[in-house]
Write a protein that binds this ligand. Structure first.
Ligand SMILES: Nc1ncnc2c1ncn2[C@@H]1O[C@H](COP(=O)(O)OP(=O)(O)OP(=O)(O)O)[C@@H](O)[C@H]1O
Ligand SMILES: [Mg+2]
Length: 306
């Protein structure tokens, strides 16, 4: 893949994902990116896809779990915290209806429902992948290969049920299943909607997957695994953000800091060698933690060279 710079990569994609191990800086990078895009005049939405208060903390204001909330301190920016416990999607509702009918017909032993919470979260996620209100939608957490695998379950189920129902049409008619033809059609439509959304995840012209990591052994291994897992779904990770580098000018002969920086250097070389073809960006460790728009703009300055 041709190397571009991170600013162009981000500016030219509608959907931006930030994945990585716990605590490496995903929310920080997503929020800095969303702020930067909004500051450049683009209508931007930042979505947290796991139940967390982190977006609200980062922007120092309450952010809704149901509707996009205008961020007071940044023009053109809205935020949303998806809470899977509260989200119930159309697809899920339909599928549960079908399940109920199947359970009535064949008994509950034969039928088990796919993980409702994950389906509900994905349902919401899908609806934002079809968004037409914003120039950019930034997702604070990228789906992992593991999530995508689990989420393929409902699709298997809908395919399975479609075949079953078609095979058993005669039996179904006798047993009063006719009324569900409409539901079946609807389910097929929903499945198409899902398939389209999943395809847009792997379309490099529309979506950019970025992974955040620290220059340390475990995050590097996790990154390698994530890249590999995602590639099995046709998703190519496009950029790595290496976070929390100790700036050389603070060392000043301090043995502890020098030792840590030397360790980071070693891992930076490993990152360069192992993820050779990928776009990379180093972000320094700040002297404080990062929240609030002022700090996010500083991070954006490093991310996007401005
Ligand atoms: N470059 C940095 N310098 C200083 N502090 C940082 C830096 N990057 C992130 N932090 C701080 O590290 C903590 C973790 O960052 P963040 O919440 O962005 O990680 P995360 O990957 O989203 O975590 P989680 O997996 O819990 O969602 C936060 O307190 C944040 O302020
Ligand atoms: Mg986070």
């Amino acid at each position: 893949m041709k190397k571009v710079n991170l600013a162009d990569l981000v500016r030219e994609r509608k959907f931006l994902f930030f994945g990585g191990k716990g605590g490496v800086g995903k929310t920080t990078m997503a929020a800095a990116t969303a702020t930067w895009l909004a500051d450049s005049g683009k209508d931007t939405l930042i979505v947290a896809t796991d139940p967390t208060v982190s977006l609200s903390t980062t922007y120092e204001q309450n952010i809704s779990e149901t509707d996009a909330t205008k961020i007071d301190t940044v023009e053109n920016l809205c935020g949303l915290n998806i809470n899977p416990k509260k989200a119930t999607g159309v697809f899920q509702g339909r599928l549960e209806g079908m399940m109920q009918n199947f359970t009535n017909l064949f008994g509950s032993d034969v039928v088990s429902t796919p993980c409702a919470e994950e389906m509900a979260a994905f349902d919401q996620f899908v609806s934002y992948l079809q968004d037409s209100n914003y120039d950019h939608v930034v997702f604070d957490t990228a789906p992992t290969g593991h999530t995508l695998r689990e989420l393929s379950m409902p699709f298997d189920w809908s395919g399975y049920m479609t075949t079953q129902i078609e095979n058993r049409k005669e039996l179904s008619a006798v047993m009063g299943f006719n009324a569900d033809e409409e539901m079946l059609e609807h389910l097929k439509k929903e499945k198409k909607r899902y398939d389209k959304a999943v395809n847009s995840l792997s379309d490099e012209r529309i979506s950019a997957f970025n992974l955040v990591l620290l220059p340390e052994k475990l995050p590097i291994e996790e990154t390698a695994r994530a890249i590999n897992d995602l590639s099995q779904f046709g998703i190519q990770v496009q950029a790595l953000i290496v976070n929390e580098l100790i700036p050389p000018d603070v060392l000043k002969g301090n043995w502890f800091l020098e030792r840590r920086r030397a360790t980071q250097e070693k891992y930076l070389q490993e990152i360069e060698a192992r993820f050779n073809s990928m776009l990379k960006k180093d972000i320094p460790l700040f002297e404080t933690d990062i929240y609030g728009v002022e700090n996010l703009r500083k991070v954006a300055g490093f991310l996007y060279d401005q």
